[in-house]
Design a protein around this ligand. Structure first.
Ligand SMILES: NC(=O)c1ccc[n+]([C@@H]2O[C@H](COP(=O)([O-])OP(=O)(O)OC[C@H]3O[C@@H](n4cnc5c(N)ncnc54)[C@H](O)[C@@H]3O)[C@@H](O)[C@H]2O)c1
Ligand SMILES: C[C@@H](O)[C@H](N)C(=O)O
Ligand SMILES: [Zn+2]
Ligand SMILES: [Zn+2]
Length: 350
């Protein structure tokens, strides 16, 4: 007998999504079925919802949205010997080939054939979801689902913040959206000081303070470079972490970084950016990192341990919690308006 479930589905190639009732799927070979305990909205989901150019080129409706998740394995498909019913898991979203040059060098995070869970296939904004077993990450039973679902984006933040030494280092974070807020939490837990955050939204500057930022700056009202120089007695910051994707923030951050400092870039810019390489990078001997995805699986170990240490201040980052999906449109519109940190759904109402 088949069972039905609710799911947020991208039904049409147009703005928005629909709450639909569909059959609970059966896991195929190499897959498991999970009961979704918590699932959170990523900026990528918002792009799919808005149906921007990238989404139009990549997404093939109808498709269930969502990729950040915590869930319990309720059925195991043929050939899966790494998971069993009752396991409590999250999911690495990058499905890598294991065969390309990058994979053969253990650089799975830059696999040349990466498929993305919840982007290139059905995802987790549903009461139940199919997960490829090889991408499951087992959680300790006592980790709250609202934290466990944040591990995937936390992995992006961890790889950005911990791409070089951070303890005791002055740090500038540009952008306090959901990713930047997670970055602040990781930087503070890792001993960065002072953590200076540049963010134009007042709501998000307040969140940044709650998460632990030592100084917040509105870059539209004061010059972040001057503010950083004042705070650091003219030295500039040791570490610049870019989480905004704003070209201006990149320029300001490079100017505010001390010569010989470290720059880690996660934010994705809307277009090609122009940078004065000679004066802002080469003559300053900056160490610059591009950050993408998560190291498999080192980053997951670090994220899990940081959460279990109790040192990550995640509660202020989670601004909205919804039981069920009934109000999903409200959640997406709030996020579009920049009036949220992380938004978490608990799909089962009981
Ligand atoms: N490289 C990767 O693997 C990866 C993974 C996930 C997300 N990202 C990117 O990381 C970035 C952050 O993600 P998010 O979900 O938090 O995005 P977001 O758009 O919600 O947050 C960006 C924040 O930057 C702020 N901002 C805008 N202009 C600014 C400026 N001049 N100076 C300082 N702050 C400014 C915005 O007000 C906003 O709060 C995005 O660009 C996203 O695409 C990259
Ligand atoms: C899928 C994308 O949104 C995801 N956060 C990543 O790390 O790639
Ligand atoms: Zn994502
Ligand atoms: Zn590969």
């Amino acid at each position: 007998m088949s069972e039905k479930m609710q799911a947020i589905m991208k039904t049409k190639p147009a703005y928005g999504a629909e709450l639909v009732e569909v059959e609970v799927p059966k896991p195929g070979p190499g897959e498991v079925l999970i009961k979704v305990l918590a699932t959170s909205i990523c900026g990528t989901d918002l792009h799919i919802y808005e149906w921007n150019e990238w989404a139009q080129s990549r997404i093939k409706p109808p498709q269930i949205m969502g990729h950040e998740v915590a869930g319990e394995v309720v059925e195991v498909g043929p050939g899966v010997d790494t998971l069993q019913e009752g396991d409590y898991i999250s999911v690495e979203t990058h499905i890598v080939c294991g065969k390309c040059y990058a994979c053969k060098h253990n650089r799975y995070h830059v696999c040349q054939n990466t498929k993305i869970f919840g982007v290139d296939m059905n995802g987790v904004f549903a009461e139940y979801a199919i997960v490829p077993a090889k991408n499951a990450w087992k959680n300790p039973k006592n980790m709250p689902p609202e934290y466990a679902t944040l591990q995937e984006p936390l992995g992006n933040a961890v790889d950005t913040v911990l791409a070089g030494p951070i303890a005791g280092r002055s740090t500038l974070i540009t952008g306090a959206g959901p990713l930047g807020l997670l970055g602040i939490a990781v930087a503070k837990a890792s001993g960065a000081y002072p953590v200076i955050v540049s963010e134009p939204s007042e709501f998000r500057r307040e969140l940044a303070k709650k998460v632990g930022a030592d100084y917040v700056i509105n870059p539209f009202e004061e010059d972040p470079v001057k503010a950083v120089m004042d705070i650091t007695n003219g030295a500039g910051v040791e570490v610049f972490l870019e989480f905004s994707g704003a070209p201006k923030a990149l320029e300001q951050g490079l100017k505010a970084t001390t010569p010989g400092g470290r720059v880690s870039l996660l934010g994705l810019f809307p277009r090609e950016v122009t940078v004065d390489f000679n004066n802002l990078i080469i003559f300053k001997a900056l160490e610059v990192h591009g950050i993408t995805g998560r190291h498999l699986w080192e980053t997951w170990y670090t994220v899990s341990s940081l959460i279990q240490s109790g040192k990550l201040n995640l509660d202020p980052v989670i601004t909205h919690k919804y039981r069920g999906f009934d109000r999903f449109e409200e959640a997406f519109e709030l996020m579009r308006a920049g009036k949220t940190g992380k938004v978490v759904f608990f799909p089962h109402k009981g």
